[in-house]
Design a protein around this ligand. Structure first.
Ligand code: SF4
Length: 275
């Protein structure tokens, strides 16, 4: 199958921090060669810098280096993979500013590292599950190549993404955990709804809920957009804003086809970094 991958016109890498600014009105993935619903097959050279479109003099722009906030080993705290020992690769930078963000330290902190160096550190843990997170990891275009390289190396790879940047070019072997930002996040206008066309049952859709009003909004989206028929749906309470008991009661009362999740790492270790 012939594959043409398109560089998202909405991603502009800033000179510092690898941050992106997202122009949502331009962001559409419907014109890929695979058509609606497809993600990049694993044989496709997603963002391979060797295609000549990149600035080879700048490794970060070329995707052969990434600005990394931290790499660490812990239990997966969220999604259907919760509880599994996992290596986390946290990329620097995010174009959003959610009110509940617990990784603001990743907005700017980090060091630019060659892709091979990152892969070597991941391998050093001897763990086959890897979660690429941020910040917003897709804000750095090199992330697409990192994801493909991790899949090629045999890892089970998940990606935590804000839902504000197109996932159409993410390798199809990656399980995407895609946020839908609620009004309470302060970033509801950043939702890139076209992303739903590129998800499968191997992916997950996540709401972080800051209030009862957020919950009711999420229930409306759940039904109007038939989200549970696209991918498993996660409802997560914003830490300290919605109680576990309240969210559990609302979901049970409304008999929703969603999975409630708590952030296991915070239950175990509290709000610490690197866990
Ligand atoms: S998208 Fe994630 S990293 Fe970015 S501001 Fe929101 S919660 Fe923080």
């Amino acid at each position: 199958m012939t594959t043409v991958t398109k560089i998202p016109a909405d991603i502009k890498i800033a000179a510092e921090g690898g941050e992106a600014r997202v122009a949502l009105s331009q962001a559409s993935s419907h014109d890929t060669a695979e058509g609606k619903g497809a993600r990049v097959p694993h044989h496709a050279p997603a963002h391979d810098p060797s295609d000549g479109r990149e600035d080879s003099a700048n490794p970060q722009a070329a995707g052969t280096a990434l600005r990394i906030n931290e790499i660490f080993y812990s239990l997966q705290g969220e999604s259907s993979r919760v509880g599994f020992p996992t290596v986390f690769v946290r990329l620097t930078g995010c174009p959003l500013r959610c009110g509940y963000c617990d990784t603001a330290y990743a907005f700017h902190e980090g060091a630019t590292r060659p892709l091979e160096d990152i892969l070597a550190e991941v391998a050093s843990y001897g763990i086959k599950r890897v979660c690429v997170t941020g910040g917003e990891p897709l804000a750095q275009r090199g992330c697409f190549l990192l994801l493909r390289k991790l899949c090629d190396a045999g890892y089970s790879v998940s990606l935590e993404t804000s839902g504000a940047i197109a996932v159409a070019e993410v390798d199809e072997r990656v399980s995407c955990i895609v946020d839908i930002k609620t009004p309470g996040s302060g970033e509801v206008d950043k939702n890139l709804w076209e992303n739903l066309d590129h998800l499968s049952r191997a992916d997950e859709i996540k709401f972080v809920l800051t209030s009862k009003a957020d919950y009711l909004w999420a229930v409306t989206m759940l039904h109007e957009r038939k989200l549970a028929s696209i991918a498993p749906v996660l409802f997560s309470p914003s830490f300290g804003e919605v109680s576990y008991e309240d969210l559990a009661a609302w979901i049970l009362r409304d008999r929703l086809p969603v999975r409630m999740q708590v952030q296991l790492h915070k239950v175990i270790w509290g709000e610490k970094r690197g866990v």
